[in-house]
Design a protein around this ligand. Structure first.
Ligand code: FAD
Ligand code: FES
Length: 277
């Protein structure tokens, strides 16, 4: 897959306020001829530079099956992401290099039930695969999305989730950590809802999960309890990165480079990594 190795100018076509601290930036290449040649698969990421501020790693949060643009959903975390939120507006320019990293095991997912489990901004990488799978829906069997956020205001992609809920071929389960007056869906943390409300079929199911480390930790324990094999559970890691393509040694766990060998790993693969993970 061809990669852009130097930051290449993109324009912010649309800015969507997802939550109080997450914004989606819809990007288009300034040089229109790159629109078709920039190809990525769900799970891959880009290095995103705000000119004059710095560079950060973000997954591509949309699917290449939705043509003409790509999305990055960015949570305010520290110096560069705060600058992005404070300074970057529709019509402004950013530098993009990539796509980098591996992708979700698309061939292995075919013919399977898909169970997506996301928490907070962790829905961003899953969204790319969810869109891809919706656009190739016949390839998969049952399709369940369990998504949790701290509060209803922290739910990303609210409009799109409404579309998913209206799609009869998808089952969508939403939860927030604590009850709120107008909230009509589930209340409780993701692993609890997974165990008590989702009743997932284990046979022929692949689980794709991403979220805060604490959610992942307890979700993996719940999946184990429910009988899912580690090889059937896929997640994507967020290590600090710099180059993005295996040269700087910033992201490695033992001899595994998260930027190049990942960021997508099965739980079985993660269990074999050294303890520093
Ligand atoms: C493959 C990959 C995909 C990612 N996708 C997204 C995404 O879609 N949306 C999104 O909002 N963020 C994503 N991130 C995380 C994002 O890269 C960091 O939040 C961002 O680089 C922080 O930059 P900063 O300068 O604002 O923060 P800094 O000022 O550098 O740091 C602020 C705080 O965030 C922590 N931090 C910084 N970088 C990371 C990191 N990579 N992982 C965990 N903690 C970090 C620091 O330790 C510090 O506590 C992804 C990271 C990776 C590796
Ligand atoms: S980010 Fe440079 S080696 Fe992975």
């Amino acid at each position: 897959m061809e990669q852009l190795l130097v930051p290449t100018i993109c324009t912010v076509d649309q800015l969507i306020e997802e939550t109080p601290d997450v914004r989606t930036y819809r990007l288009k290449f300034k040089d229109d001829s790159l629109t078709d040649s920039f190809k990525w698969l769900p799970g891959q990421f880009v290095e995103f530079s705000l000119l004059g501020s710095g560079e950060c790693t973000f997954c591509i949060a949309s699917s290449a099956t939705r043509k003409g643009y790509f999305d990055c959903s960015i949570k305010r975390a520290g110096i560069v992401t705060a600058d992005i939120h404070n300074e970057l507006d529709e019509g402004d320019e950013v530098g993009i290099r990539g796509p980098y990293g591996n992708w979700f095991p698309l061939e292995e997912l075919k013919g399977k039930n898909l169970l997506f489990i996301g928490g907070g901004i962790g829905l961003a990488p899953l969204r790319s695969l969810i869109q891809y799978a919706i656009d190739t829906r016949n390839e998969y069997k049952d399709f369940t999305i369990l998504y949790g956020a701290r509060t209803s205001a922290d739910i990303c992609y609210k409009e799109e989730i409404e579309e998913w809920k209206n799609n009869e071929s998808l089952k969508v389960i939403l939860t927030i950590d604590k009850a709120e007056e107008k909230w009509k869906e589930h209340v409780g943390v993701v692993p609890k809802i997974l165990e008590e409300k989702v009743n997932p079929v284990v046979e022929n199911t692949k689980v794709i999960t991403c979220g805060p480390p604490i959610m992942i930790k307890y979700t993996l324990m719940s999946l184990d309890k429910l009988g899912f094999a580690p090889k059937d559970v896929v997640t994507t890691l967020e290590m600090k990165m710099q180059c993005g393509f295996g040269k700087c040694g910033r992201c490695n766990i033992g001899s595994t480079y998260v930027c190049k060998d990942g960021p997508v790993f099965t739980y079985e693969e993660l269990q074999k990594l050294p303890d520093e993970f």
